[in-house]
Design a protein around this ligand. Sequence first.
Ligand code: ADP
Length: 397
Amino acid sequence: MSKTISINAGSSSLKWQLYLMPEEKVLAKGLLERIGLKDSISTVKFDGRSEKQVLDIEDHTQAVKILLDDLKRFNIIESYDEITGVGHRVVAGGEYFKDSALVDEEVIQKVEELSLLAPLHNPANAAGIRAFREILPDITSVVVFDTSFHTTMPEKAYRYPIPTKYYTENKVRKYGAHGTSHEYVAKEAAKVLGRPIEELKLITCHIGNGASITAVDKGVSVDTSMGFTPLGGVMMGTRTGDIDPAIIPYLMQYTDDFNTPEDISRVLNRESGLLGVSEKSSDMRDIHEAMRAGDAKAQLANDIFVDRIQKYIGQYLAVLNGADAIIFTAGIGENSVTIRRLVVEGISWFGCNVDPEKNVYGAEGVISSPDAKVKVLVIPTDEELVIARDVERFKNQ
Ligand code: ADP
């Protein structure tokens, strides 16, 4: 019996979950926020308790020290020796990392080099990895990439029709994201359907604040909606998803909002999506509440959101030449009965439906009727567990 921590480090945050492995039991989880700022917050949840403290956390190394101290302070562990593994989520693995990898200096340097592809995320991920290496140098340390599940995409799917030199020299291609989630829910769906994944064509819809849809053929990703960065694909909380690229030079010329690459990135990544259209909120619960109160902008935000998901499902029905199941997961996919109903009802011609008695809050598993040609499922995602399992895989090698 050993304990493994999965780590998701952001630029100013560090989310963690401690597992007893191989039992896969969650012993505790927590979040350190506002790292590098004043009044940082550390929250630890365990045994039905939630403990919060406000303190100044300078950097990721200090955050890791605080988290490890908290584990002892709350008697979640007696000594650090009990922790035998750590798994780090890394956003961009580029073309280099086709699978998770054991951490060494070369791997960390590669993660840092790949910051060009994820400037907000990879440096933070690398800081988290270095912090653990400094404090617990001897445990099994593994990096798990958001992109590696998508490295199986064929070239026709991952290349953009732009001059080849931008691919060869600048590495501009589709990388996708949310790979651990798509892989996990695809495997879980195969179990629920009682069929080997090698026989199945699946469309996995990870619909949260960030959202992406993947075509999974025989267990491997053959196409995914997010692109070179997580900005592409379907509409999201604050991100545009796909738009005509000509909009950018046009707005650069005719408005004052698009003067620098940072401006463009901010508007498209943080001020668009549900928030941009509704002018109210990026949160689907707020959108639906406003919609019920008759807010036309919120209604439109909802309608575009549903439309883009339907179109991507349609694309992937074409890419896969049919599908056995559509799977909903993440914050909206798992919780919004309305979004699932609207998406599926509008594409019922393909042979899918939702049974109103099964499509309820808290639903898990199949929510379509027994005669549906394309089954519809809700599978709660668990990216932390995928990371912890990967650590086990490397421990046992
Ligand atoms: P992130 O990409 O930040 O991990 P999540 O997967 O947590 O995002 O999803 C957040 C989204 O899930 C928000 O838009 C939130 O409104 C939505 N959500 C959560 N619960 C519900 C619910 N009961 N009904 C509708 N939407 C919900």
